[in-house]
Design a protein around this ligand. Structure first.
Ligand code: CTP
Ligand code: MG
Length: 238
């Protein structure tokens, strides 16, 4: 898929990666010789994204710029240390007028191996008329709701549940409206949305789904990184 000027993306990378426990910010951790951020940005580009805005920790802008060197139209701006939602809002602000009337994706640098086909499916569904689109997979574990004391309060039917991935795709005006409404509720970690589609649901716009992919796993804990390293090594051998 060649990059399109009417598709842009915010690539969130301002988190510290506390659950991964590396010294470096998570997006700079290496996978087969390249940082997670590089893999994620390259994958978006291969899926058809034009302009990419990366949200980086404010103290590491230069290192992040170096990490994506050679990938073309990629801007690096400071994200927020308050929440992912606040970082995405800063990325959207940095896109400014360049974002207007585009398909806008929001993707996590923590998902370095998302196949370009997933990105292309999301873009196609927005182009076909959806205001919001998310890639999903069936869940394999049974999930339960549990209260603060550790008691189980319910068991949602597994067939009704889906595991949600990124990139999530939106019509520009829908995502802007959703973030404006979300900001008025607060964007601190305690109350912030963990994904952008959640903000869209809250303003009453339908969220559509397309098939995700197991390779689009999120690097959160050390075991995830070990698996991503195995997969990236295989990709390079192919
Ligand atoms: N993120 C961000 N700004 C924040 C917090 C998170 O841009 N204030 C980004 C992360 O860099 C990551 C994505 O949002 O790409 C998903 O977050 P997560 O996997 O939780 O990453 P971290 O917040 O870095 O990890 P942890 O929660 O373990 O500290
Ligand atoms: Mg986090």
């Amino acid at each position: 898929m060649p990059p399109s000027s009417d598709v842009c993306a915010v690539l969130t990378a301002a988190g510290s990666g506390s659950r991964l426990g590396c010294e470096l910010p998570k997006a700079l951790v290496s996978l087969s010789g390249r940082p997670l951020l590089w893999w994620a940005a390259r994958g978006l580009r291969a899926g058809g994204v034009g302009t990419i805005v990366v949200t980086a920790p404010a103290s590491c802008i230069a290192e992040f710029r170096a990490a994506i060197d050679g990938l073309g139209d990629v801007l690096v701006v400071a994200g927020s240390d308050r929440s992912r939602q606040a970082s995405v809002a800063l990325g959207l602000a940095a896109l400014g007028d360049r974002g207007a009337d585009t398909v806008v994706l929001v993707h996590d640098a923590a998902r370095p191996l998302t196949p370009p086909q997933v990105t292309a499916r999301v873009i196609d569904a927005v182009r076909a008329g959806a205001g919001a689109v998310i890639p999903v997979l069936p869940v394999s574990d049974t999930l339960k709701t549990v209260d603060a004391s550790g008691l189980v309060t319910g068991t949602p039917r597994r067939a009704d549940l889906a595991a949600v991935q990124t990139p999530q795709g939106f019509r520009w005006d829908v995502l802007m409206r959703a973030h404006e409404a979300g900001a008025s509720l607060g964007a601190d970690e305690a109350v912030a949305a963990t994904d952008d589609a959640g903000l869209v649901e809250a303003i009453g716009v339908a969220v559509h789904t397309v098939a995700g992919d197991e390779r689009s796993l999120k690097v959160t804990r050390p075991l995830d990184l070990a698996l991503a390293r195995l997969l990236a090594g295989q990709e390079q051998a192919d």
